[in-house]
Write a protein that binds this ligand. Structure first.
Ligand code: ARG
Length: 264
């Protein structure tokens, strides 16, 4: 009788110990996973959305572009290896927040709304939003966009600009080229996307044109998690050095064919 009781007690103890061991192992695993990227001191993780030529795009499965080279220079100056996470544009700021990425380098425009949730580097490129329409369209300015169907990339400043147009029906796509495809197929009246990608992608759609007057003026900067001033300072230093020693102008030359264009 006594022995049976003792045995039962021992079994309970063993069970509790095993249970506690399992819980702590699970916790350890979760904590490890959560910090596995950003806490690897040798790696700098850049998040982007590679549908934005010439800033970031895929070339033979590889993510390349102006932003990639900028990020590579920052990583090199810090003695780190650059890792790229290609994701949806509207997922970038949440990914910064959760620590999945260290910086978002994605032709991201500085806005006061985004500044509430992220820290921005010094601006590295001056951009604007442009209206794209079919060549035979009667639309010639933003006023004529009222009550029209407009294609945009989800979560971009183009999306915000289009949403402000009176009565406009905004159709959101995962990438700028999808928005242009929809426009070329005659399913929307116009598209609103950034000037440089517009120029690159519209050249592949002979039926489309870009309206000259810009819809906005914006600055691209690198976004970091709020409070990560150390990394922002590293990035600012690299950007400043690149401008001073000609590497920045060489990048403009490589991706835009002109060194003069758009240095803020
Ligand atoms: N400049 C715009 C913005 O900040 C669009 C950026 C889109 N970038 C991209 N990699 N797809 O909202």
């Amino acid at each position: 009788m006594k022995r049976a009781k003792a045995l039962r007690k021992m079994a309970t103890c063993l069970f509790v110990a095993a249970f506690l061991a399992m819980i702590s192992w699970m916790l350890y695993d979760i904590l490890q996973r959560d910090s596995s990227i950003s806490n690897d001191t040798n790696v700098l993780v850049m998040g982007t959305n590679a549908t934005f030529k010439p800033f970031e795009y895929k070339d033979g499965g590889q993510v390349v572009g102006f932003d990639v080279e900028l990020a590579q220079a920052i990583a090199k100056d810090m003695g780190k290896e650059l890792k790229i996470e290609d994701m949806s544009f509207d997922g970038l700021l949440p990914a910064l927040e959760s620590g999945q990425i260290d910086m978002a380098v994605a032709g991201m425009s500085v806005t006061s709304e985004r500044e509430k949730n992220a820290l921005f580097s010094d601006p590295y490129y001056q951009a604007s939003q442009r209206i794209i329409v079919p060549k035979n369209s009667k639309i010639a300015n933003k006023y004529q966009l009222e009550h029209k169907k407009i294609a945009v990339q989800l979560g971009t400043t183009g999306d915000q600009a289009a949403s402000k147009i009176k009565g406009a029906q905004v159709v959101q796509f995962p990438a700028a080229p999808n928005a242009l495809q929809e426009l070329a197929a005659g399913k929307v009246d116009a598209a609103v996307i950034d000037d440089a990608p517009a120029k690159q992608y519209v050249s592949g759609f002979p039926s489309l044109k870009i309206i000259n007057t810009p819809l906005s003026s914006e600055s691209y900067a690198i976004a970091f998690k709020k409070g990560n001033t150390e990394l922002a300072e590293h990035a600012n230093k690299t950007i400043a050095n690149m401008k001073a020693d000609g590497r920045y102008q060489a990048l403009l030359q490589k991706y835009f064919g002109t060194a003069k264009e758009q240095a803020p």
